[in-house]
Design a protein around this ligand. Structure first.
Ligand code: KG4
Ligand code: ZN
Length: 328
């Protein structure tokens, strides 16, 4: 079984993992500079990049040590090369190139969003192809038709804010801190989802998403009401319900239109318990199946990069030492 060392540095996490045979996690170590960004209410690229430079070597040493292997047991280096923040991506890709060169093993660049879909295949039974992939992260919201790991076609995407970004912005309006997803989920659990008639705008195309209108609606609400805990809880619940509703409706519509029976969700927002539960309920009514990675693998991590890299390698893909980063 081939051992792949994966590297993920596209945003504020610095993560290195060792995965055997594309499925079995031997180690997955992640350092995050999140606490340094929180007070700014969002990620500051310069801070993320500097922290990554400082931590990458230590994180990689920990990941190799935790795997109980040594560097000579690694057969492939997989690294996120797109999309992401320029400085952050460059740290991971440069480190990956140096490691591949010194160990004399092949290198493969991986798309971060595709690897979020791959998180569903780690330590789990593989989802049968083809399926619809829904990525809901802090920077992206996209629907894909997945025919194979080297055959992923785009079905739709957000026309404005990303889904996680909407959680973050609403949390900022409600003065709940950053990141917004987990705290909104927590407050929503005791809020009344029927109190405010919040809705996500319908984008022009059936499988596209729009989240900026609902954020503005929350902003108006908060100008006219007292910022009590009751208000925050009810807005959180109404907002979360509207967002989950639109994600589920459009994903199911895309699956039906393409006659696909399975859906795999990934990205930070896929950790949301309400979304998971509502999705399960909706697909069972329709005779479809939905898959989620374990919550710990929904957020940015290198295990999904190692797994995805292994699959692409098996399909014959390789990157050269001239591998470039791509921001989009
Ligand atoms: O995938 P991810 O770790 O990073 C990107 O690639 O962007 O996603 C981070 C995003 C943040 O916007 C965060 O607020 C959101 O995922 N998030 C959640 C939850 N946990 C994280 N959103 C809703 N509910 C959650 N439980
Ligand atoms: Zn991500």
């Amino acid at each position: 079984m081939m051992n792949v060392l994966g590297i993920e540095t596209s945003c504020d996490e610095t993560s290195v993992a060792v995965v055997a045979g594309g499925r079995k996690l031997l180690s997955n170590v992640t350092a995050s500079s999140l606490k340094f960004h929180s007070r700014h209410g969002g990620i500051i690229p310069e801070i993320a990049f500097r922290m990554q430079l400082e931590t990458i070597v230590g994180v990689a040493q920990d990941a190799v040590r935790d795997s109980k292997l040594s560097l000579k047991d690694i057969g492939l280096i997989a690294v996120t090369s797109e999309p992401g923040l320029l400085g952050s991506l460059v740290v991971g890709v440069s480190f990956a190139k140096a490691l591949a060169l010194s160990l004399k093993v092949p290198l493969i660049g991986v798309n971060h969003l595709h690897s979020h879909i791959y998180a569903n295949f780690l330590d789990a039974e593989p989802v049968q192809l083809p399926f619809i992939g829904l990525i809901v992260s802090g920077g992206h919201t996209s629907l894909y038709h997945v025919h194979g790991f080297n055959r992923i076609t785009s079905v739709g995407h957000t026309v404005d804010d990303a889904c996680g970004e909407a959680f973050d912005k609403v949390a900022k309006i409600l003065r709940l801190g950053y990141p917004g997803g987990p705290v909104i989920e927590r407050l929503a659990a005791t809020g009344d989802p029927g109190r405010y008639p919040l809705k996500c705008a319908l984008a022009d195309r059936p499988y596209d998403f729009s989240f900026s209108g609902i954020k503005t609606a929350v902003l108006y609400l908060s100008k006219h009401e007292k910022m009590s805990m009751r208000f925050k809880r009810d807005v959180a619940a109404s907002f979360q319900k509207a967002v989950a509703g639109t994600l589920i409706k459009k994903t199911l519509a895309a699956a039906k239109a393409r006659n696909v029976k399975r859906i795999a969700v990934g990205g930070g927002v896929a950790a949301n318990s309400y979304l998971r539960q509502e999705f399960l309920r909706a697909v069972s009514r329709e005779g479809l199946q939905v898959y989620f990675p374990p919550k710990s693998l929904c957020l940015d991590n290198a295990a999904m990069v190692a797994g995805m890299g292994y699959r692409l390698y098996r399909e014959g893909l390789r990157s050269g030492l001239d591998l470039e980063v791509n921001l989009n």
